[in-house]
Design a protein around this ligand. Structure first.
Ligand code: TYD
Ligand code: MG
Length: 474
């Protein structure tokens, strides 16, 4: 019987495969981007080495872990904040992907790291964006230790892999993966097929020659399709470099790490001489607090294993619109809506005619529900114009019935608050009743009642009567 090969049509922009040809790719919407392909692997499969051998003599070597295998070792980069996020340092043969908005400081960070590593290892920094002269100019500004750093400007992956075979470096940086291309693929650099195939080839070279590879990838605010997202499953470690460009500090966050803890963060400040490490980020985030005012509260948040004190600010003001505004920066809009609904329905606060602005200071993005309690304090103190003491910190998750739920690691949070001079804390009762309070004056809550007593709904508010019923019942 003759062998039937199913034809497939693969989009050269997004890499998706279709069984029938059409003028427009149904997945990414690009016109005239479908190419015919005989293989299930997509049209770039012809660049990957074909598997000719049968399984029996494929040459695969199977070993027992009890055999004499030397485990991979971490080589510290020399920037403590970077090393912690990596899990200890870079690993030979492994690939790290660093994603982030253009202009956030990825090249700066990697050039600093590469310069430091070049003191003891053979490091190659390959840029597809800047000329060697531009890299030199930047490197001189950033570090005095860059004289041993090898740099190159190249965008052809074939040429890079060829060079790597002879250069045998220990550490290679590719800046950025979106500028790299393989000649065999009929798609422009930066498209999914180019990004995927280029990374695959570079990663294979890293494994074969045993060097550590760092790929830099741009992500746009819209989450560009050809960004690092398509590579996340292929690489060993995925880090994101975040921050507002208008602000000075930057967060390096691990979202995937085969060699260390996830959700670990490193904090940096962008200065005129490159990125500086911030060893005590809490002090940085709280720098501008001077006196007690309404609408602010500090939350000891947790990032990976690390506590950071962050200030939440809220402004509740009479609206001039038919439907009041709910503007949130750095927190979840849905969660704010939920907290407002709980305060209105269960405790008699009235936000119906109020605009609510909520801001997490310093451009930081909070993801933990542990911030709920601090958000509640910021909201109700602003609504009633109550000053919040400057030395008060609060954390705890708020449920739909107004109960306050336990959050992970209360002890670490309390210790950080004490370290930064806080004297009072409001926290969940659950899980903290018998724990050490480190000398803090603590209010333990099962529900929001203690807060309602302290910052009651303003008199004259529509629903204030409801509150008095609630509190007397409590
Ligand atoms: P860069 O590392 O080029 O960003 P990316 O590689 O993520 O696109 O950083 C660019 C920004 O950083 C640029 O706006 C200027 C600023 N910058 C400083 O403020 N100080 C410095 O020492 C350097 C090198 C850059
Ligand atoms: Mg760059």
């Amino acid at each position: 019987m003759p062998k039937v090969t199913a034809k497939r049509y693969v989009c050269r922009e997004c890499g998706s495969a279709h069984s029938v040809w059409s003028g427009r790719c149904n997945d990414c919407g690009n016109w005239n981007s479908l190419d015919e392909s005989d293989s299930n692997l997509g049209h770039f499969s012809k660049n990957l080495e074909p598997r000719k051998k049968s399984f029996k003599n494929s040459g695969m070597i199977v070993r027992k872990l009890s055999d004499d295998i030397t485990p991979a070792r971490f080589t510290p980069v020399g920037i403590a904040e970077f090393d912690r996020v990596l899990g200890g340092g870079i690993v030979a043969g492994a690939t790290v992907l660093i994603g982030g908005d253009p202009g956030i400081g990825k090249s700066t960070l990697l050039l600093q790291a590469a310069s430091l590593c070049s003191q003891h290892s053979k490091v190659l920094y390959i840029s597809g964006e800047e000329s060697v002269e531009q890299i030199l100019l930047r490197a001189e500004r950033l570090s005095e230790q860059s004289q041993h750093l090898n740099v190159a400007t190249e965008t052809s992956v074939e040429a890079i892999v060829d060079a790597l075979a002879t250069l045998k470096p220990d550490f290679v940086v590719i800046d950025s993966i979106q500028t790299m291309y393989l000649a065999g693929i009929e798609a422009s650099p930066g498209t999914v097929s180019q990004v995927r195939a280029s990374s695959h080839l570079l990663m294979s070279a890293a494994k074969k020659y045993g060097f550590s590879l760092v790929l830099i990838g741009h992500v746009t605010k819209e989450g560009a399709i050809a960004g690092p997202r398509v590579l996340e499953h292929m690489v060993d470690t995925v880090l994101y470099f975040e921050g507002e460009r208008s602000q000075h500090f930057r967060l390096l966050r691990a979202v995937k790490n085969r060699f260390g803890a996830c959700n670990e963060i490193g904090v940096f400040e962008m200065s005129s001489n490159g990125l500086r490490e911030i060893a005590n980020p809490s002090a940085l985030f709280l720098a501008d607090r001077e006196e007690a005012i309404s609408g602010t509260c500090v939350v000891p948040a947790l990032e990976g294993t690390r506590p950071i004190l962050i200030e939440i600010q809220s402004l509740v003001a009479q609206t001039h619109f038919a439907s009041p505004r709910r503007a949130v920066i750095g927190w979840d809009q849905q969660r704010l809506a939920m907290i407002i609904a709980v305060l209105e329905k269960r405790f008699g606060y009235n936000f119906a005619e109020q605009d609510v602005y909520l801001n997490v200071t310093g451009g930081y993005r909070l993801q933990e529900p542990a911030a709920d309690l601090a958000v509640v304090i910021a909201l109700i103190s602003s609504l009633g114009n109550y000053d919040v003491p400057i030395n008060l910190a609060a954390f705890g998750e708020v449920g739909l019935s107004g109960e306050v739920r336990a959050v992970p690691q209360p002890d670490i949070r309390l210790r950080e608050a004490v370290k930064l001079g806080f004297q009072e804390a409001i926290l969940p009762k659950q899980g903290t009743q018998n724990s050490d309070k480190h000398g803090l004056h603590c209010t333990l809550c099962n529900d929001l009642t203690p807060l309602i007593r302290r910052f009651p709904p303003p008199l004259g508010a529509k629903n204030a009567a409801k509150f008095s019923t609630h509190s007397s019942a409590a």
